[in-house]
Write a protein that binds this ligand. Sequence first.
Ligand SMILES: [Zn+2]
Length: 274
Amino acid sequence: MQKLVHGIFVFQESVHKPLRGFFEQLASGQSPRALFITCCDSRVNPDLMTQAEPGDLFMLRNAGNLVPPHGAAAGGEAATIEYAVAHLGVRNIIICGHSNCGAMKGLMDPGGLNDLPAVGDWLHHAEATRRIAKQITPGLNGAQAWEAVTKANVLVQIDNLRTHPVVAAGLLAGKLFLHAWYYSFPTGVVEYFNPIHNSWRTINPDFPVAFVPPGMPCDRIPSRAGTSAGAWISEGSRPSFNGGAANTSHLHQPEPPTDRHRRKKASPNRHESK
Ligand SMILES: [Zn+2]
């Protein structure tokens, strides 16, 4: 605990004080770049991973980065999603699973949850993932299966996300973009689901990141499209993104300016100076 307390003083002296103007400006409101839905695992740090600054990411975290379908739970998830999209005008929603996810391990091995009834109940929102896992894990070793199930779960939760009214409306209006990500903290690699190639690809700053298109149902995920299970665990041969894409409508388009985005946003000097 002492480490955390000491950290507050270090933050106040080394970070907040030099950037006081930036932090004061945050008090006027927020216009986050994305709603970032990920696991509550302590090893996943979205701000660090994306080098985001305060105000950039509106965060929703829970065990297994689950999104209960609309009406399925009276939890905070629906409220957070609704607030982000309808009130803050967030245009991008990222669901990010991660390597070595304990929730996904529990999903694969429910026997380990005997003393964790609340966790077991919560994981019912990933029942589709559990059933898909039975189809995609035969032939994979333990680590591969873990990764495959975690990635499958991200796409299942993307589908759940679509059931929320504000998300469905935003997708139909073309004002909202959904992104499926997977973060490996041992390697630092972040992959995204590429709907054009129907597989997971490493995020590369040289290529635009594709989003999951509004109309793509869960049954187009590799497990049901006849793609080998390998599509879940490795990139395979990666063709040129532009050369291999017949349909580029899923490429992430630059966001059109809005009043929200026209607003000048101060940037901490710590990033500008490096
Ligand atoms: Zn996790």
